[in-house]
Design a protein around this ligand. Structure first.
Ligand SMILES: [Zn+2]
Length: 430
């Protein structure tokens, strides 16, 4: 927490920063859904909550924070500090090689995807995105996420760029509102240098939908030394798509076929060294992969662009781990955060910075819960009862409920905090 500013705002009790960050994380770790639930669910002198947070935060407080203290604290530290805390946690996992099994050809797959964050019927701040539906104007804020995803289903937030109209002042006057508004591509231009600064040595492979298959993204990947596997759609780069289809017919030998256990027939074809000149006149060269999936009578075509030269040996791993895995950000990432008890779209705070602070707390809590759910500690605990984690808990959603019960009624044993032996989490890579 070294980079959170020291704030002393309570006249009688000074809560250490670590304590209040834990207090805020419990909102999401226990999936409480609303701020006031912290009071209803965790404030009871008969329970062990205070003892446990003191142990986690290494503090010795005698009371839990009053209602409003958390919001006040977050207002003081600001969202940026919490964003850095999130980033440092992921960096630590990468350094400790916890995620190494997830690498695709040596690189971590980082999926770019935007999602709605909060929406309002009235203007909430000067920077709201606006959308007109008939006579009604809707106001909203979005976010572009870069999430590190793994084949086993982890989706860890690596970078977040908020999409709103605070950057509009720089835009030339006279453009129509629709053109001037912030969007995911503009947000990417701000996110990319941040990501490089925060993970300068980490090998990354960007993945994303066809929206990101464009000159600025190819250019950023080249500049920062990142690989990419981006969805390729005929409409997005029509001339390149036409070349691709023509060249596919000229190299019928470049094909791999696969039958999956769930009876899908997959046929992969590829072309290397496709060229493209973007609208700024910059040349780009890449490979393209096409995958035709047949299941029963249904035929679906997928395609991706990648900087990797494609061969019969690597086509399947690039397409599956880099291309298709992208959907996990929707399922494991946004869907879980919106509908899995985290309440991503709830308005937790009044102003923009507060909304972002809660957003980062949610990302940190989701990271911790994913490690708990998929880590070896819970697996070993379940094994003591001769069960798998899923059989013992029914569903992963129940784990937040169990966590809440444990925090209330059981004191975390001091041995859990002993420096030696340290608790090690190992992820299931099967
Ligand atoms: Zn707003």
């Amino acid at each position: 927490m070294a980079d959170l500013p020291d704030t002393r705002f309570q006249p009688f009790v000074t809560y250490p920063r670590g304590f209040l960050v834990w207090w805020g994380l419990l909102l999401f770790l226990c999936k409480l859904g609303r701020l006031r639930q912290l009071d209803y669910q965790l404030r009871d002198p008969e329970m062990c909550v205070l003892v446990n947070i003191n142990a986690l935060a290494q503090s010795r407080l005698e009371t839990l924070p009053a209602c409003g203290t958390l919001t006040h604290f977050l207002g003081h530290v600001g969202a940026a500090a919490l964003g850095r805390l999130r980033t440092r946690m992921v960096r630590q996992l990468i350094r400790n090689k916890v995620l190494d099994d997830a690498r695709l050809r040596g690189a971590f797959v980082v999926v770019l995807d935007g999602t709605g964050h909060v929406a309002f019927r009235r203007r909430h701040c000067p920077h709201c995105l606006t959308q007109q539906h008939g006579d009604v104007t809707y106001y909203s804020h979005s976010v572009l996420e870069a999430k590190l995803i793994t084949p086993t289903g982890l989706a860890l937030s690596l970078g977040s760029e908020f999409v709103d109209n605070r950057h509009l002042r720089a835009a030339p006057a006279g453009e129509s509102t629709a053109r001037k508004q912030d969007c995911e591509r503009k947000a990417f231009a701000r996110l990319a240098p941040q990501l490089k600064a925060e993970f300068p040595q980490t090998r990354l492979c960007l993945a994303g939908d066809a929206l990101f298959a464009c000159g600025p993204v190819f250019g950023a990947c080249q500049k920062y030394g990142w690989h990419y596997v981006l969805t390729f759609k005929p409409g997005a780069l029509p001339a390149v798509w036409e070349d691709f289809q023509g060249l596919l017919r000229l190299c019928p030998g470049q094909v791999r076929r696969l039958r999956t256990p769930d009876k899908r027939e997959l046929e992969y074809r590829w072309v290397n060294e496709l060229s493209y000149i973007d609208d700024q006149g910059r040349p780009h060269t890449f490979s393209a992969i096409q995958c035709i999936q047949t299941q029963a009578d249904q035929r679906t075509t997928f395609a991706w662009l990648t900087d990797w030269p494609v061969t019969a040996d690597n086509v399947i791993e690039i397409a599956e781990q880099g291309g298709r895995n992208r959907w996990k950000i929707e399922n494991e990432g946004f869907n879980t955060q919106k509908n899995g008890g985290y309440e991503l779209e709830h308005v937790y705070g009044a102003d923009e910075d507060l909304l972002r602070s809660f957003y980062y707390l949610l990302q940190i809590a989701h990271l911790i819960l994913q490690l708990v759910e998929r880590g070896s500690l819970l697996r070993h605990a379940a094994a003591q009862y001769g069960q798998s984690v899923r059989r013992l808990y029914g569903s992963l959603r129940n784990i937040a409920g169990r966590l809440l019960e444990c925090l209330r009624y059981r004191v975390i044993p001091p041995a859990a905090f002993a420096a030696n032996p340290r608790i090690q989490i190992r992820l299931d890579s099967s």
